[in-house]
Design a binder for this molecule. Structure first.
Ligand code: FMN
Length: 301
């Protein structure tokens, strides 16, 4: 089977998980490739593709704007419905992520068979910076999870860095990939769930995700560049998935233009603390990417 997984990852969590998922499909005999939609925003020809996967972080309890826009650019399939699966990483709850993605896929002829979410460390700087300000949160979460390691992923809200994925999340992903492959090979759409049933988490978060608008996401981020700290390295310009960090010359301080989707990629990749955002001044709460433990856990075999 020819399979493509379309990936959007801002700081690497979803990339680590997606590589593992792709390796599983290869072991199951699929000709599977990953296409990073940050660098390849236009969908390729999908005529001979049997199965697609869409992998991205949950942001504001929905799929990333970049992924949503990518789905909307997909051509309508010919020759009947074809199978798709969804993969998310999130720190706690994907909210309406899967429902919204499946609803956008359906008119394009792709039937979402199943969806899976892997909990990973929270890369949302506003949340991370807030936790740094609560003096007892970190030590308390560390103490609890030392005694009860299985609570790691659920205590990520208290101290983001304890929210590491566990062996059972990797095993769950392996079982998920097997099931998706089996159903896709059999073109078995009978057990495909309705979008709203793909994930049942907090109703409140799902409702918030439904209501988030691009304007709200932009104002919940509000990236500012501090010229005195900026080394003009251009990293923020390179990592912005929508090209809204711009400069006309190499030695210029980048400007934040229109169209920011609030993903914080620029902020998280700025090693100089030159960017500030809502609740996160000068790089406070910056997430530097997946830990060695999670990379080892999801190392493709
Ligand atoms: C702006 C923003 C919004 C986020 N919203 C959610 C959310 O709604 N639910 C959740 O569980 N995690 C949320 N997160 C955490 C990310 O989904 C999580 O850290 C993810 O693994 C990051 O993946 P990436 O490194 O591939 O971009 C959010 C992170 C950011 C930066």
């Amino acid at each position: 089977m020819k399979t493509i997984i379309f990936l959007h990852s801002t700081t690497g969590n979803t990339r680590v998980v997606t590589r593992f998922a792709a390796a599983q499909l290869k072991q199951l005999g699929h000709d599977c490739s990953i296409v990073d939609i940050t660098h390849h925003p236009e969908p390729p020809n999908l005529e001979d593709v049997d199965l697609i996967g869409l992998a991205c972080p949950s942001m504001y309890w929905r799929p990333t704007v970049v992924m949503e826009q990518f789905i909307d650019r997909l051509p309508v399939t010919t020759g009947g419905p074809r199978p798709a699966f969804l993969l998310a990483t999130a720190s706690g709850d994907p909210g309406s992520h899967f429902a919204i993605a499946a609803e956008h896929l359906a008119p394009k002829g792709w039937v979402t068979l199943r969806a899976y979410f892997v909990p990973m460390v929270n890369n949302w700087p506003s949340h991370r910076a807030l936790s740094e300000w609560i003096p007892f949160a970190g030590p308390l979460a560390e103490k609890i999870t030392e005694a009860r390691p299985y609570l790691r992923s659920s205590l990520g809200w208290l101290w983001p860095d304890v929210g590491e994925p566990l062996l059972r999340h990797r095993d769950g992903l392996m079982a998920f990939m097997k099931d998706v492959a089996r159903r896709a090979e059999a073109r078995d759409f009978s057990a495909a769930k309705a979008p709203a049933d793909l994930w049942r988490g907090s109703r409140w978060m799902a409702a918030v995700g439904r209501r988030m608008t691009p304007k709200q996401m932009r104002s919940a981020t509000n990236i500012q560049v501090d010229a005195s700290r900026c080394t003009r390295c251009g990293t923020c310009v390179r990592v912005c998935p929508v090209g809204c960090m711009t400069r006309t010359r190499e030695d210029e301080v980048p400007q934040v233009g229109a169209g920011c989707t609030g993903c914080w990629a620029c902020f998280n990749h700025c090693a100089d603390g030159a960017l500030s955002g809502m609740g996160a001044p000068h790089g406070a709460g910056r997430y530097a990417g997946p830990s060695p433990q999670s990379r080892i856990l999801f190392r493709p075999k």
